[in-house]
Design a protein. Sequence first.
Length: 176
Amino acid sequence: MTGNEVAILRIGHRPERDQRVTTHVALTGRALGASGMFLATSDKGVVQSVLDVADRWGGNFFCEDNVRWRTCIRDWKAGGGKVVHLTMYGINLPDIIGEIRSSEKLLVVVGAEKVPGEMYGLADYNVAVTGQPHSEISSLALFLDHLYEGSEFSREFPGAKIRIVPSQAGKHTEEL
Ligand code: SAM
């Protein structure tokens, strides 16, 4: 695993329709090496689901809702971090990931239905995971995989209560 610290900022979440996708943004980030998610809406249901998974499956993933997204971005930059906004209108991922990898702290912003135009100016990098429309989950997954170059597959999750014993057939788990 490289040393890049990644946090996710999820903007535009609508509690009445985005709960499943936002939860999956967090779980994808957690599984692939991010350290936590800021959610720019109040939604305790999402926070609880994500923290329940983190408690059982280990690691130190944080999930914080009701975050003011402009303040979050400002504070992140003030702490020396860079901001990556995933958008199909940005620079294609393979053309910029080498430069991005040199930043130790990255805040990765993903939207929902409509992202305010202001976001494009606030980001240090607007990054496209192809120039085709798809989703915040797939774009985050591919971004993290390119960032960590596959090392996320051997990541450890300290404090886990359960782990999977990989097998060709059947479901094998181990309580720890
Ligand atoms: N139509 C919306 C807009 O233009 O603001 C985006 C809707 S999309 C369902 C939700 C999020 O998925 C986007 O905000 C972006 O973060 C991510 N996304 C979708 N396709 C992408 C792509 N090709 N590259 C990078 N991110 C993408």
